[in-house]
Design a binder for this molecule. Structure first.
Ligand code: FAD
Length: 412
């Protein structure tokens, strides 16, 4: 089979792949995106954070997202609401400490990811659906991929490869980069409902609702409304909390009924699609880069769904890597450790500190304590809005110290 060449190849056309492709083609690089599936395809990860809108804008995709929002059921989102055994707490993203957008959307990812990918294609990215990457050989200045398309297999050689394959984790598997996550393994069951939530119900469609189970403190639910009267509902827990003798639908319903607020909100809900289960999603890698490759988004480290940080981290990594690839291909020597991995990891570690303290309940207590004071709440709101790289925020600069201080404040 003959070998093709291009400047950059991207594995996967999800948010990180589409954003990187868009920036690279606009910088003039011949960019091929290899995507195993045909779009639209289902993906989990439906609640976005305001910070990610900056990356959508940098990639030249903000108009496309805004113009399609109504038609595709994207739900305007301005915050996060939390509920635990009768206690409510709300965070309005517009009140955040950091600069930047204060609103975003909750999206059905099948539709959202297609908008981004189509926009990247409009800018000139060569997106090949149903082309799966099976192997890769990297050298100091090139990467050669073995690709299986719908009709034939072929080799594609590029000066640089970006792995945006998400949970596919193509390069971590092929290049032996996998290391286990140090987060406790959990599972999620989820589905979409026509929610039929009453107009006068105590529910704000502009916010994600995170509910803590009234008895099991590290079991939580997401309720992510869309603007067309449907919603995504999921439950996340330790594996032993699930009863695998029951169907996924029945387990989900049983969990919903254990919380009176959710049971009442979703009393008229109609199931729209078979429930799905995903587990073992937390993952990590030895390195986020190597000779002529870098890992984006979920192909690198994935933490946990609780603060909806996945897409924001994926998009941030995509913008950063695309800019560095451009400089490298122009002949600059790039220090990927200093310029890519370390800055990206800083924000991921901030989220990780908050995730860990969510599950040990110290951060939950902060959320429901609600008297952290007018000065501190905007700083926490900033993190919840995705601004985990803003070092002006003391809770970014030293997240551990921040949580310890808050825990003490709540205990006093
Ligand atoms: P993806 O969106 O996964 O895209 C990867 C693409 O690569 C796919 O289209 C796939 O088909 C393709 N691919 C895979 N293997 C190959 C191959 N061999 N060859 C070619 N193509 C390939 N994030 C949020 O921001 N908000 C949330 O509310 C949220 N909720 C979540 C809930 C759960 C239960 C989980 C597990 C995750 C959640 N996430 C959430 C995280 C979110 O799903 C991911 O962070 C996000 O989708 C990552 O984007 P990506 O571009 O890196 O990868």
């Amino acid at each position: 089979s003959k070998q093709e060449v291009c400047d950059v190849v991207i594995i996967g056309a999800g948010p990180s792949g589409a954003i990187a492709a868009s920036i690279l083609v606009q910088a003039g690089w011949n960019t091929v995106v290899l995507e195993r599936e045909t779009f639209p395809r289902f993906s989990i990860g439906e609640s976005l954070l305001p910070h990610c809108m900056e990356f959508v804008k940098k990639a030249g995709m903000l108009d496309a997202v805004n113009e399609n929002a109504t038609k595709l059921g994207f739900q305007f989102k301005n915050g996060a609401a939390f509920f635990r055994d009768g206690a409510r707490s709300e965070f309005d993203f517009e009140d955040k400490f950091s600069e930047g957008p204060g609103t975003t959307f909750q999206v059905k990812r099948a539709a959202f990811d297609k908008v981004l990918a189509d926009q990247a294609a409009k800018y000139g990215a060569d997106i090949r659906y149903q082309h799966r990457v099976d192997n890769v050989v990297t050298t100091e200045d090139s990467a050669t991929l073995t690709v299986t398309g719908p009709e034939l297999s072929y080799e594609l050689k590029a000066k640089f490869v970006l792995d945006a394959s998400g949970f596919g984790r193509v390069l971590p598997r092929l290049l032996d980069l996998e290391v286990p996550s140090d987060l406790f393994p959990r599972k999620a069951i989820f589905t979409h409902y026509k929610d039929n939530i009453a107009k006068d119900a105590p529910f704000d469609r502009n916010k994600i609702l995170i509910t803590v189970h009234p008895q099991i403190e590290d079991l939580w639910y997401w309720l992510i409304p869309f603007s067309d009267g449907t919603c995504s509902l999921g439950v996340v827990a330790r594996p032993e909390c699930f009863n695998d003798t029951q169907s996924l639908e029945d387990q989900l319903r049983a969990f919903i009924n254990q919380d009176t607020n959710l049971a009442s909100l979703l009393s008229e809900a109609e199931v729209l699609q078979p429930a799905r289960m995903i587990g073992g999603y937390s993952a990590n890698v030895k390195s986020l880069y190597g000779p002529s490759y870098a890992l984006l988004g979920n192909a690198g480290e994935f933490l946990d769904p609780v603060f909806s940080s996945g897409v924001t981290i994926a998009m941030r990594s995509a913008v950063s890597a695309a800019e560095l690839v451009t400089r490298q291909l122009k002949g600059e020597k790039i220090d990927w450790q200093k310029e890519y991995a370390e800055p990206l990891q800083k924000g991921i570690n901030v989220f990780k500190t908050f995730v860990t303290s969510w599950y040990d309940t110290s951060f939950q207590n902060v959320i429901f304590f609600q008297s952290e004071g007018a000065e501190i709440k905007p700083m926490i709101t900033s993190i919840l809005a995705g601004y985990a790289w803003d070092e002006k925020n003391p809770f970014v600069k030293d997240a551990h110290r921040g949580i310890r201080m808050l825990t003490k404040l709540c205990a006093d």
